[in-house]
Design a protein around this ligand. Structure first.
Ligand code: PGA
Length: 251
């Protein structure tokens, strides 16, 4: 049985002081999530990771939004895995479409990052998804399969227990145009079939999230689909009231 996961992606939002207030306010929500066997987390900016880690309940998942694959070196502006570990951070979002679009993040680069995270027993949340043009051209499955094959190239199934996949159709991120539950489920089912083909039966244990305009009003519909194990939520995860409503609506 795959455990449900609700992960907020704060993107480039919140000052550290705001992140701290949210973390304190989230403590009872984490207790509620634990009681209901749900994993709850947020991904703040690097500069707010410590504030959230120190002030949230211990079971709150605190994720970074990116990482460099090298442990150290001449990479100006980057942050490494040992630096995250120093703060007790073990989850990282990889390959978010905004990074693919604005920072030239490719699936090849994601592959290096995921390899480094898995080597360190950390949890990559690997994002895949198609553009509106690809969606309209009927290329969703082709694009998603390619991102999986390249991003997950060279790994062994028995090393992948920590991996989480997020299906985020780019046309639905921050646009309010969410993919229907039917579309989301059919792509997540397809993702699981690709994972099965690549890695065998471990695919049944891997969590696949849907992301893109998830709101308190629609989260339950997504999470009632058999192949959707959770949600990666941007805008609706920023306010504690809305984050709480997201949690309440999947209990
Ligand atoms: P959104 O963002 O919920 O604001 O659409 C989702 C994401 O980018 O992870």
């Amino acid at each position: 049985m795959r455990k449900k996961l609700l992960l907020g992606n704060w993107k480039m939002n919140k000052l550290a002081i705001e992140a701290k207030d949210f973390a304190i306010a989230s403590r009872p929500l984490v207790d509620k999530a634990v009681l209901n066997n749900i994993d709850l987390g947020v991904a703040p900016t690097y500069l707010s990771l410590a504030a959230v880690k120190e002030n949230a309940a211990k079971d709150m998942i605190v994720a970074a939004q990116n990482i460099h694959f090298a442990a150290s070196g001449a990479y100006t502006g980057e942050v490494s895995i040992p630096m995250l570990k120093e703060y007790g951070i073990s989850w990282v979002i990889i390959g978010h479409s905004e990074r693919r679009t604005y920072d030239n993040e490719t699936s090849e680069k994601c592959n290096q990052k995921i390899a480094a995270l898995l080597d360190n027993n950390m949890v990559p949340v690997y994002c895949v998804g198609e553009t509106l043009r690809e969606f309209e051209a009927g290329k969703t499955k082709e694009v998603v399969a390619e991102a999986l094959r390249v991003g997950l190239k060279g790994f062994r199934g028995d090393k992948l227990q920590n991996l989480v996949i997020a299906y985020e159709p780019i046309w639905s991120i921050g646009t309010g145009k969410n993919a229907s539950a039917e579309i989301a489920e059919s792509v997540c089912e397809f993702i699981r079939s690709v994972l099965r083909e690549l890695f065998g039966c471990v695919a049944e244990d891997l969590r696949i999230l849907y992301g893109g305009s998830v709101k308190p009003e629609n989260i339950r519909t997504y999470l009632s689909c058999p192949n959707i194990d959770g949600a990666l939520v941007g805008g609706a995860s920023l306010k504690i009231e809305s984050y709480e409503a997201l949690l309440n609506n999947i209990i």
